[in-house]
Design a protein around this ligand. Structure first.
Ligand SMILES: [Zn+2]
Length: 469
């Protein structure tokens, strides 16, 4: 079989690149305190650069008749070659990136597209369908709840869009950009969604087993990152397409761009069901496939266990009367899972997951009557200044924190100083910008890093003059 310049065997990747990548990551993380994602700047950058290999552009042959295109946009798209046609699983973000992948797939098969499958309704998986189709009229499969991923209430879309830009670092300069944790930075997004084709076949909540183009294929409903998710199983090839419930990073159980509660328990159960199938290859929604029955099964089982452990620890802490601030600093992955390359917190983080679980189960109130009706920020800032011995002293403490590279404390103090009428608010803003950049440099979690840098730039440009917080 001829291979284009982007192609390589998964077996070769698994033996060489993945092993080197894994060893590199494990060596790097040995110096990192677990449960948080700050380390020294050189290590943070090296880790993010190493993660880059997870979305290096190429078509990977994951089985005799199955191909996955990685790095053509943020997510993956796959092609299964059948007797008289092909099946496409997920279609990238827009028609141009999809056309690029479709052309790469044609090196392996030019059979017509018989079916398209959307694993879930996030835009980076559905927006390029038209580029795969040509003149064919394929069936398009999705779950009954397809479209519920981002919720139906658009009331807070304006702020969600701003936060999305920050989380993904969409406006960062090339020098500031690293990646998005499970996707490269700098994807072409101008045609987002323009190639979307609506589903024509609804997969029932009980799932579906069928044959398409001579390929036996199973659809399993699997809520997790989204409620409308499913995974796809090829029982003969033993290839499993996980959608976004599995990728090579600790899962984004909460997205800082702002999303409704993602049912963490369902997510763990869905990935556990995948592990129970003992796949020979797992193809994630983002990042490189994992090949080999032992490796693929272990990765899925570990992933399910990690999510479950964070959930159980949080629930135990909640019932012991602890609040989210405390639990976010206490809960961590079990030791035997901390160095697994697919659980490093490049995308999701444990502390954010803990807060999301707390809020998802109990809402905003932490049960402490002190927080039932806390002081208004401006009043609290005045009292903090009094406590420090005056506005000048509070400001000096803020500057001293920055100087000592105690960045989080510098941020918290700057948020008090900015409320004070007799304070140097410009200095508070400057301090906040510097502290954000200090945190960003030490951050290997991509969304955190991107958010810190984006917000610093917005503050510096004056865009946030009236609402910065
Ligand atoms: Zn995705």
């Amino acid at each position: 079989m001829s291979k284009n310049r982007f192609s390589f065997d998964l077996s070769r990747f698994t033996l060489c690149a993945a092993k080197a990548w894994l060893l590199g990551i494990v060596a790097l993380t040995a110096t990192v305190a677990h449960g948080q994602t700050q380390t020294d700047p050189d290590t943070a950058l090296r880790m993010l650069n190493a993660q880059q290999q997870q979305f290096e552009k190429g078509v990977i042959q994951v089985a005799d008749n199955v191909f996955t295109a990685v790095g053509f946009h943020g997510a993956n798209t796959s092609m299964i070659v059948g007797t008289d046609g092909v099946i496409i699983i997920d279609t990238l973000f827009g028609p141009s990136s999809a056309a690029d992948a479709a052309e790469a797939f044609r090196q392996y098969s030019d059979k017509p597209v018989k079916a398209i499958i959307y694993t879930h309704s996030h835009g980076d998986h559905i927006g390029g369908a038209s580029s795969f189709v040509g003149n064919a009229k394929p069936d398009i499969y999705a779950t009954e709840s397809f479209g519920s991923a981002e919720g139906v209430n658009k009331a807070v879309d304006p702020i969600k869009q701003k936060r999305n830009v920050r989380q993904f670092g969409r406006k960062l300069s090339p020098a500031e950009s690293t990646n998005r944790g499970v996707a490269p930075a700098g994807t072409k997004d101008g045609d987002r969604g323009e190639g979307f084709l609506p589903p024509t076949v609804t997969v029932p909540n009980s799932g579906l087993k069928t044959t398409i183009a001579g390929i036996d294929i199973e659809f399993h409903i699997s809520p997790g990152e989204t409620d409308d998710a499913m995974f796809i199983w090829l029982p003969s090839e033993k290839v499993l397409f996980a959608g976004d419930n599995f990728y090579n990073s600790f899962p984004n159980l909460y997205a800082i761009r702002g999303t409704a509660y993602r049912d963490v328990l369902n997510w763990s159960e869905s990935v556990g069901k995948m592990a129970a199938l003992n796949p020979h290859v797992v193809v994630p929604g983002h990042t490189m496939p994992i090949a080999g029955e032992a490796a693929a099964t272990a990765a899925l089982q570990d992933y399910s266990d990690a999510i479950r452990s964070v959930y159980d620890q949080t629930v135990r802490g909640i019932n012991a009367g602890k609040g989210p601030d405390q639990l976010a600093h206490e809960v961590e992955l079990p030791e035997h899972l901390q160095d697994k390359p697919y659980l490093i917190q490049f995308y999701g983080t444990v502390p954010h997951a803990v807060r999301a679980i707390y809020c998802g189960l109990l809402g905003w109130y932490d049960g402490n009557p002190t927080t039932l009706n806390p002081l208004e920020p401006k009043i609290k800032a005045k009292k903090m200044a009094q406590l420090a011995g005056g506005t000048a002293e509070l400001t000096a403490q803020m500057e001293s924190a920055l100087e000592k590279q105690d960045y989080q404390w510098a941020l918290e103090l700057s948020d008090h100083v900015k409320w004070l009428d007799d304070a140097d608010r410009k200095l508070a803003r400057k301090t906040k910008i510097a502290a954000l950049r200090g945190l960003a440099a030490r951050e290997y979690n991509a969304p955190n890093r991107n958010y810190y840098l984006s917000y610093a730039n917005e503050l510096e440009s004056g865009q946030l003059s009236n609402v910065w917080f």
